[in-house]
Ligand binder design. Structure first.
Ligand code: SAM
Length: 270
């Protein structure tokens, strides 16, 4: 995969040289370049922002440096390779999640446009449609100072899904959000730490029982922390043991979906 990031703070993206993403770059699994937006300006002050039309607080990023920068990265795309995906981090975008990370990990070329100030002149987004598949994407319902932190998070989430980046691909399968549930709790040695014992089933060597315990812990944890995920979970073909565990947590399967019983109390039973 190729990734281009455009920012007025290229040094903000330095962590992408570290850890698994840095190694993926060294190993040639990920071709990632960071571009300084200011190098696409033409004035002496390398200006990238100006006051907003209509008045109001803050500054807006000027269209022309962005058009120059984006045209330059689009030109590097082979003519027969289709449009790259331009991800515009924005609190006003669609929410980033694991499903979107998987979807974007299938692409050959991603371009990230890091906004600052009040954001980028909207006409850039319209203009870019000719050269890119444009996707405004939000990291969550809060406002950051710039798109760089959002890009660090998105590139890490997408990059670790690329073949070969995570040593054991099995570890991607059982993670939170991979199947619509949160992950079960995990433990390592020693089996007793400060008088706290690891759940006995994990020491039993009984793989069937361990798998069932983990599944039930996924339901319990998801019910406690993210009931919205349980309600969206496809429960159509759950085995009876799972339905029983969910019923104990106050959830019944209705038309293939989990519905919390009105009489189940305010907190799921554990
Ligand atoms: N005025 C904008 C609004 O209210 O939608 C917010 C601008 S914010 C101060 C500056 C930049 O930070 C945005 O252009 C975007 O690149 C980035 N940003 C802020 N919050 C974000 C979020 N939740 N997700 C992704 N990017 C975000």
């Amino acid at each position: 995969m190729r990734i281009d990031v455009v920012s007025i703070f290229p040094e903000y993206l330095a962590p992408l040289e570290l850890s698994l993403i840095g190694k993926a770059r060294q190993d040639g699994l990920l071709d990632l370049s960071v571009h300084d937006l200011r190098s696409f300006t033409t004035d002496r002050h390398r200006t990238v922002d100006d006051t907003p039309y209509g008045g109001g607080a803050g500054m807006v990023m000027k269209a022309e440096p962005w058009a120059q920068a984006l045209a330059s990265v689009a030109a590097a795309q082979p003519a027969d390779a289709g449009k790259p995906v331009l991800i515009v981090p924005s609190p006003a975008g669609e929410r980033f999640n694991q499903a979107l990370a998987y979807e974007l990990a299938e692409e050959d070329h991603l371009v990230f446009a890091c906004g600052r100030y009040e954001g980028i002149d909207e006409r850039v987004i319209e203009w870019a449609e000719e050269y890119f598949t444009v996707r405004p994407v939000s990291l969550g319902d809060y406002v950051l100072n710039g798109g760089e932190v959002a890009v660090l998070a998105m590139v890490e989430a997408i990059g670790r899904l690329l073949p070969g980046v995570v040593g054991n691909p099995e570890s991607l399968v059982e993670e939170s959000h991979s199947d619509g549930l949160l992950e079960y709790p995990v433990y390592t040695k020693p089996s007793v730490w400060r008088e706290r014992e690891v759940p006995a089933v994990l020491l039993s060597g009984n793989h069937g029982k361990i798998a069932q315990w983990r599944r039930h812990e996924q339901y319990r944890r998801t019910a406690e922390r993210r009931p919205d995920l349980l309600e969206a979970f496809d429960a159509g073909s759950l085995p009876r043991a799972d339905r029983t565990a969910l019923a104990d947590l106050g959830y019944d399967v209705v038309d293939g979906h989990l519905k919390r019983r009105p009489d189940a109390g305010s907190q799921p039973a554990s």
